[in-house]
Design a protein around this ligand. Structure first.
Ligand SMILES: *[C@@H]1O[C@H](CO)[C@@H](O)[C@H](O)[C@H]1NC(C)=O
Ligand SMILES: *[C@@H]1O[C@H](CO)[C@@H](O)[C@H](O)[C@H]1NC(C)=O
Length: 347
C-alpha cells in the first residue's frame, strides 16, 4: 500500500517540478513535549486524557515529504489533529505530506488505509505509569513473609497481622496510604521500620529515592508499605524482667557482671509499663553518667548508649522478650552502670 500511494503523490510533484515551481511540503508537524503541550493542545478535548500521565516527546524521522513519528519504550503515541485525536499506541504515524493542499496522509496502523490530518502534533503517553522509586505493598501475612523475612526486624515484624493498605497517589507514585480501622500504618525500608507518626512520603524522581516524613532515604532504597495489627496482652506481663537493684544476687552467675559491672557504681533503671498493652515494657534511659546495660539470663549483654532514649521490650507469646525489634531475651534485666567511677575494692 505504502509505495503505491507514495508514487501517486510523488508523480504530481515530479510533474510540477518539470513544469512550474515545486510546491514545498509544509504540512504542520510538531513533536509535543511536557513543556509545550499545554500551550499547543491545552484546549483540545482530548488533552485531559493525556495530562494526568507521564509523557515524553516522540521521535520524528523525515525525508522529503514523508515522515515517521513514533514513541520509544512503553509509551503510546497520541496524535492531535485540529478537532480529533488518535491513539496509535505502539504504532508509528507514517505520513506523507501532500504539497498541493498541505495535508498529511497518514497510515495509522489501523489497517484502514490512509487518514487525512490537517496537522500532526504528537505526544508519547505512558498509560501504565511506573513509579521511579521502588516500593512494595503488603496485602497479607504471606506477602509480609515474602518481602520481609530477611529483614533485621523480622522477629518483630513477623508477630503482626497484616491487611491491605489503600494508596493515595496523584502521580505515578503513591504519596500516602490509609489503613482499615483498628490497623496501624507501617513503612519498612532496608534497615528499619517506622510505625508511628507517618503521614506522607515522596519519590524524588531525579534521585529515585524516597523521602519519608523528615527522613530522606538513600538512593535506590525501597519502601514496603503495609497495615498491621499487633496482639496485645490483656493482663500482666507474662515474660520475666527485672530492674536490677542487687546484681550480686540477681546477676551472680552472669559473666559480664563478674568481670565488669561488679567493679562500678550502679543503680536500678526506672521501668515504664504501658496502660494499653500489657506486653510492653520500657526501661527509661539512665541519668548521665550512668549507661543502661541490658542483660539476658545468661550471656547476652547489650550496652545501650546514652541519648538513644528508652528501651522498649515486647513480650512475645508469653515467653520471650523482643528488644530493639531485633534481639530476643529470655530474661529482660536492666541496670544503670557508671563506667566513669570504679568502686573501691572490697577489703
Ligand atoms: C478520555 O477521558 C474521558 C474522561 O476521563 C474518558 O471518559 C474517555 O473514555 C477517555 N477516552 C479515551 C479514548 O481514553
Ligand atoms: C566494662 O564495659 C564497658 C562497656 O562495654 C567498657 O567501656 C569498660 O571498659 C568495661 N570495663 C572493664 C573493666 O572491662
Amino acid at each position: 500500500m505504502f509505495p503505491y500511494i507514495y508514487l501517486l503523490f510523488l508523480l504530481p510533484v515530479l510533474q510540477g517540478c518539470l513544469v512550474v515551481q515545486t510546491p514545498k511540503c509544509e504540512c504542520p508537524i510538531l513533536a509535543l513535549s511536557s513543556s509545550n503541550i499545554a500551550q499547543n493542545v491545552g484546549n483540545h478535548v482530548f488533552y485531559q486524557n493525556v495530562s494526568g500521565y507521564p509523557t515524553a516527546s516522540p521521535v520524528v524521522k523525515s525525508e522529503d515529504c514523508s515522515v515517521s513519528m513514533y514513541c520509544e519504550g512503553d509509551y503510546s503515541l497520541v496524535v492531535f489533529d485540529e478537532e480529533t485525536a488518535t491513539v496509535l499506541g505502539a504504532y508509528s504515524a507514517d505520513g506523507i505530506c501532500d504539497p498541493r493542499n498541505q495535508k498529511w496522509q497518514v497510515d495509522t496502523g489501523s489497517g484502514a488505509g490512509f487518514t487525512s490530518f490537517d496537522r500532526l502534533f504528537g505526544i508519547c503517553v505512558n498509560y501504565v505509569p511506573t513509579c521511579a522509586c521502588t516500593y512494595h505493598v503488603i496485602n497479607n501475612d504471606a506477602e509480609a513473609k515474602e518481602l520481609l523475612s530477611s529483614h533485621v526486624e523480622w522477629p518483630m515484624l513477623s508477630t503482626y497481622k497484616y491487611s491491605t493498605p489503600t494508596l493515595n497517589s496523584e502521580t505515578e507514585c503513591p504519596t500516602s496510604f490509609e489503613c482499615q480501622e483498628g490497623h496501624e500504618k507501617i513503612i519498612v525500608n532496608e534497615w528499619f521500620s517506622i510505625w508511628e507518626g507517618i503521614t506522607t512520603f515522596e519519590c524524588m524522581s531525579d534521585t529515585k529515592a524516597w523521602t519519608v516524613g523528615l527522613y530522606p532515604f538513600p538512593n535506590k532504597a525501597y519502601l514496603v508499605i503495609g497495615c498491621y495489627k499487633t496482639e496485645t496482652c490483656e493482663s500482666s506481663i507474662p515474660c520475666s524482667y527485672k530492674a536490677v537493684e542487687n546484681p550480686e544476687i540477681d546477676l551472680a552467675n552472669h559473666h559480664f557482671y563478674q568481670t565488669n559491672i561488679s567493679k562500678y557504681y550502679h543503680s536500678p533503671p526506672q521501668t515504664i509499663l504501658s496502660e494499653t498493652d500489657k506486653c510492653r515494657l520500657e526501661f527509661a534511659d539512665c541519668v548521665s553518667p550512668y549507661a543502661l546495660i541490658l542483660l539476658d539470663d545468661y550471656d547476652r549483654v547489650l550496652v545501650h548508649l546514652k541519648s538513644w532514649g528508652n528501651v522498649v521490650g515486647k513480650c512475645l507469646a508469653g515467653s520471650k522478650w523482643l528488644v530493639y525489634n531485633q534481639y530476643t531475651f529470655k530474661q529482660f534485666n536492666g541496670i544503670c552502670v557508671d563506667f566513669t567511677r570504679l568502686r573501691a575494692s572490697d577489703p
